[in-house]
Design a protein around this ligand. Sequence first.
Ligand SMILES: C[S@@+](CC[C@H](N)C(=O)[O-])C[C@H]1O[C@@H](n2cnc3c(N)ncnc32)[C@H](O)[C@@H]1O
Length: 292
Amino acid sequence: MVTSGKIGYLEGVAKPIVKWAGGKTRLLKHLVPFATERKMRVYAEPFMGGAALFFRLASMPERRFERAILADQNPELVAAYQAVKKHVDRVLTALQKYADREDRRELYYETRDLSTQKLGDVERAARLIFLNRTGYNGLWRVNSKGKFNVPYGRYLNPKIVDPERLHAASAALALAEIRHVDFLEVSRECAEGDFVYFDPPYVPLSKTATFTAYASQGFGPDDQERLAKEMRRLRDRGVRAMLSNASNAETRRLYEGLETEVVYAPRAINSDPKKRGEVAEVLVRNWKGGAK
Ligand SMILES: C[S@@+](CC[C@H](N)C(=O)[O-])C[C@H]1O[C@@H](n2cnc3c(N)ncnc32)[C@H](O)[C@@H]1O
């Protein structure tokens, strides 16, 4: 159950507030059994993105963690979660201002080109949610200078203001500490009895795959190696860790010797349903034994 001052919002309803490349909603049925095998002290999700697994776990009738640590390298995303956690009503008011404007296409490009440096977290949250709801395919992509560069999406009726979803998310986020750090800073702090779920940018399936450019720094082969080492280090320290990634020869090499299984999920990020198809992902665990 989501416990915070916001009980008025139904338990069990917290869901991602942004559509994110690699979002895990479609894989939850495979992830949840492993993440709930036993109770944990800390639930850590160091590549939070849309944080689908966190929101699901936080909404379960019997909560499986005492507290959560969420992190991401994307500063806009982290600012948005901080604001939704602490000032959800102000975020909703700011979103209403976006929704009230009729020249949505112009507003989109105006907002996209805003420099966020002088904005507070509430404005940054409203900006990110508005762009995410109205941008092409609802994805977040930045260029090499870290500037968001997705074109306008032409949705007929985007839901820009969604009080129920935002309040439910805010109540769930009240259970979490949210940080703008590299994944290692979070996992290094974890101890026996904690659980870490890593959902990094994918090892590319092909040379044309672009989904590794989530943040301006990207996430290269060295980062994938750092992460694979960390999975083993956590195992040696008795910390359960689970990871999802693209299923290909490179991930098989990286995680050889750990528990792996291939699962299938429909690909969401494409406005043309014919181009979505099913994607094979690999789930890696650093402990033996299956889910109940
Ligand atoms: C695949 S997405 C996570 C999707 C998420 N699990 C969901 O359900 O939507 C990967 C995330 O990792 C973040 N990221 C990239 N490099 C990182 C790093 N070194 N440390 C932490 N986060 C990083 C990206 O900004 C992106 O949001």
